[in-house]
Design a protein around this ligand. Structure first.
Ligand code: ADE
Length: 272
């Protein structure tokens, strides 16, 4: 058993954390292509943190263009044991208000233009996605968010759409009728690839808007999303620091660390 190494995927403002010691931007290579950016490594106490700006510094990469295979691969190679994914999302429910945080426990994957697996090309595996997030990491992140003074919901269902356009009103209503609580563009296929890489994964969703289903509210616009994100940036950074403080000790093993033991179909004799 070793210590935790926390990978954090999220927006650029997230990394300006006071107290992140030994900050270093490091170029990381992957056989899966170019990751979104260099990795920012550093430490808070005994915890090693590895940050990756999902859209690259300066927000150059659209949700469809994010190379999630390379991103997850370089975090795994950097020694991450767990991944916290931070995403801006719209709300499909009155009770999730702009400014609130939520930990996701289910996804509905509506993306269709992104590579979604490390497998194929001769090696077949089917990992379970019945419980797609890590309850341990999600619980710790929820507690960290509350300790940082945020309102944090748990067990939210997130629809991930292809984008880059926002939903039509009919789509927004459809997702509500399916029981979804939140909508975003980035957590898939990231969550699936993290599972294939045997990395426990949690989505910390930051609610920025009410999407377009709500009569009382104007249709979602980027300027409103950015405004709420800027207002939430301190809360997100404080949540990461509190989470880091909770991950100072040895890391007990997780069943997700070995989930491929039950998932690879191809016979080992066919691997050469
Ligand atoms: N990200 C932030 N708000 C969103 C919305 N309403 N739909 C999809 N992605 C979002």
């Amino acid at each position: 058993m070793g210590g935790w190494v926390l990978g954090v995927i999220g927006g650029s403002g997230l990394y300006e954390i006071e107290g992140l010691a030994n900050r270093r931007w490091v170029k990381a290579d992957s056989p899966w292509g170019e990751p979104s950016d260099e990795l920012l490594t550093g430490e808070i106490g005994d915890l090693k943190l590895v940050f990756l700006p999902r859209h690259g510094r300066g927000h150059r990469i659209s949700p469809t263009e994010v190379n999630s295979r390379a991103n997850i691969d370089v975090l795994k190679r950097a020694g991450c044991t767990d991944i916290l994914s931070v995403s801006a999302v719209g709300s499909l429910r009155e009770e999730y208000a702009p400014g609130d945080f939520a930990l996701v426990d289910q996804y509905i994957d509506r993306t269709f233009a992104r590579p979604k697996s490390f497998f194929g090309t001769g090696l077949v595996a089917h990992v379970s996605m019945a419980d797609p997030t890590c309850p341990r990491l999600s619980g710790l992140a929820a507690a960290a968010g509350r300790a940082a003074g945020q309102t944090v919901a748990e067990a939210a269902t997130l629809v991930v759409m292809e984008g880059p356009q926002f939903s039509t009103r009919a789509e927004s209503e459809l997702y509500r009728s399916w029981g979804a609580d939140l909508i975003g563009m980035t957590a898939m296929p990231e969550a699936k690839l993290a599972r294939e890489a045997e990395l426990p994964y949690a989505t910390l969703a930051m609610v920025t808007d009410y999407d377009c289903w709500r009569e009382e509210t104007a249709a979602v616009e980027v300027s409103a999303v950015m405004e709420v994100m800027a207002a939430n940036a301190d809360g997100a950074r404080a949540t990461i620091v509190r989470l880091a403080e909770a991950l100072q000790d040895e890391r007990p093993a997780s069943p997700i660390d070995t989930c491929l033991d039950y998932a690879v179909v191809t016979s080992p004799s066919a691997w050469d």
